[in-house]
Design a protein around this ligand. Sequence first.
Ligand SMILES: Nc1ncnc2c1ncn2[C@@H]1O[C@H](COP(=O)(O)OP(=O)(O)O)[C@@H](O)[C@H]1O
Ligand SMILES: [Mg+2]
Length: 363
Amino acid sequence: MSLKKLDIYSLRNIQKATLEPSSGINLITGKNGSGKSSLLEAIFILGRARSFRATNIKQVIKFDQQRLIVSGQTIQNNGNISHLGIQLDGKNSDIRINQENSRKSELAYSLPVLLIHPKSYKLIDAGPQIRREFMDWGIFNIEDNFLGSWRKYKKVLQQRNSLLKSKQINQINVWNTELVHYGIMVSKYRKEYLEKLEPIFFEISHYFLNFKKIKLKYQSGWDESVDFQLVLENDFQKDLRYGFTHSGPHRGDFSVLVNGRLAKDFVSRGQLKLLMLALKLAQVKLINNIDLSVCVLIDDLTAELDIPNKAKLLQYLFDLQCQVFMSTTELSNFGDLTQLDNIKVFHVEHGEVTLQNTIVCST
Ligand SMILES: Nc1ncnc2c1ncn2[C@@H]1O[C@H](COP(=O)(O)OP(=O)(O)O)[C@@H](O)[C@H]1O
Ligand SMILES: [Mg+2]
């Protein structure tokens, strides 16, 4: 899958932009404040129906405009073309796939986008929510039945928590059974996912770093020496007192171990970023392995990596053969680009996007 055409209207400082991206690497150049991140934000919105840097979508709509629109055409590996579109006005989201009203999850299946930006290193050293989202997004893209189990788990959890809050506990056992049923399913998906991811993560980490032993350690969100059912029973008084469920996949997590130690506790900032990159790229590669490709968005990596690692990253992405959109203030940051084909450079200035014909760049 790749994005063949992209149209953006009234998004940040972009009044109107039309692009026909490369199915390989697309570099977005321009000065600070020109609109590079906004262009990536548009693609992210087309895949995820939300922004990656604003919780309130009104901030993303161009000043003095009522709504933003992003639309595009994707081409599947089998040659099929899909027309995607999203219109957001701050209250409603209108999503269309091939002219039909569609859901966010359908959009996410049609255009899987993965973002790497300066704060992405938090994947390893911040709280667990971001890692749960990481696992769930990865599984969502490779396991058709995951979304259903995950939604059911969330729903049962909500029900159970509201019963605990209102102290209506006579039906709690029924909800425990449901929670255990879906909780174990979600947890199994996550565990198996990390098992699939680990060898790829290991291989990519070695490409960027020379750590000897790297592991991913999964935590289910409950004391795994005990059955989940029993954990719920043991936690019951505590759950009732606080009005919420203390154990379960909603508390799940994983950690990155380097030479047997928690990476976040001792690796350098630079190493942390490379580990994050390896995790994200492993996720892309795993999805690619099963014939579904991801559109990778990389924002502002200029200040984050040194030139050799940037060139290595670009080469890796090129070899992965997935579609990439990467912003940079300087083309020369990436070393010699003349060796790479299937690459397009777009220049952004005051929200105007233009295709650059030639790559005049060397190390
Ligand atoms: N809602 C908005 N309407 C119009 N312009 C905006 C809006 N939000 C931000 N901007 C402007 O859009 C410009 C582009 O921002 P950004 O995409 O972050 O630039 P870059 O990534 O190239 O540094 C900035 O100059 C910013 O002031
Ligand atoms: Mg930016």
